[in-house]
Design a protein around this ligand. Structure first.
Ligand code: ADP
Ligand code: MG
Length: 211
């Protein structure tokens, strides 16, 4: 469970600390207050990216607060519990300077290589970014989109979302593989049926005497 998140210079959040409770947590605020930005920060904290960023609808630098003053860097600190331990991830973005990551376990340093931090999180949460962004994190308006789909199309989209379509594809492929093996076997059988064993034996005997 995510215990808390701390945002510094993250869009509208100059400095925001949120402590979450178990159960449902609701963010209330006027349009543009920065609610969706908190969801993006949760995703970014955990996996180093979020849907608008991974789909290139925004850039990492757009996140750093530019109003009321232009800041040089922003930071997300996220604390969560897993298997009885407390983990803290800190990710920093700086203008032109890329991002850094740091993972701590029960207050002790664990990892600071962004790729390795991501791997560690995937391992701890038993979910990768792909699944997280498809199944757990739902962007605004995506739910309504699902409800408005026709039944068959909805199933297709949900299969795709859960990555189940790859199994359907594998099933399709294995059926066509079985069919082509069957037709190969039939061809072989036909060829074998056409062979006259006695005739072959005679030919062999003939060859043996010639020798
Ligand atoms: N780099 C930035 N610096 C400061 N404010 C920003 C920056 N980028 C976007 N914003 C502001 O963030 C707000 C959008 O936040 P968002 O989380 O989508 O709001 P909500 O979901 O609460 O409607 C807008 O008001 C926008 O002007
Ligand atoms: Mg929003």
């Amino acid at each position: 469970m995510i215990d808390s998140i701390e945002l510094t210079n993250w869009k509208t959040h100059r400095h925001t600390v949120m402590n979450f409770q178990s159960g449902v947590n609701v963010l209330i605020g006027v349009m543009g207050a920065g609610k969706s930005s908190v969801m993006d920060a949760v995703s970014f904290g955990l996996f180093g990216t979020f849907p608008a960023l991974s789909h290139r609808r925004t850039t990492i630098e757009n996140i750093i607060s530019s109003r009321p003053s232009r800041e040089d860097s922003s930071e997300v600190r996220l604390q969560f519990g897993a298997d009885g331990d407390t983990y803290t991830i800190t990710r920093c973005i700086s203008r032109g300077g890329g991002t850094t990551a740091r993972l701590e376990k029960n207050g002790s340093y664990l990892q600071a290589q962004p790729e390795r931090v991501n791997e560690e999180i995937e391992h701890l949460l038993k979910v990768d970014y792909d699944t997280f962004s498809r199944v757990i994190y739902s962007e605004q308006n995506r739910l309504a989109y699902f409800l408005e789909l026709a039944k068959g199309e909805r199933k297709k989209q949900i299969d795709h979302m859960l990555g189940l379509d790859s199994f359907a594809k594998a099933e399709e492929n294995s059926v066509s593989l079985i069919n082509s093996m069957r037709s190969l076997i039939l061809d072989e059988e036909k060829m074998l049926a056409g062979i006259d064993v006695n005739e072959l034996k005679k030919q062999l005997a003939g060859l043996a005497t010639q020798k």
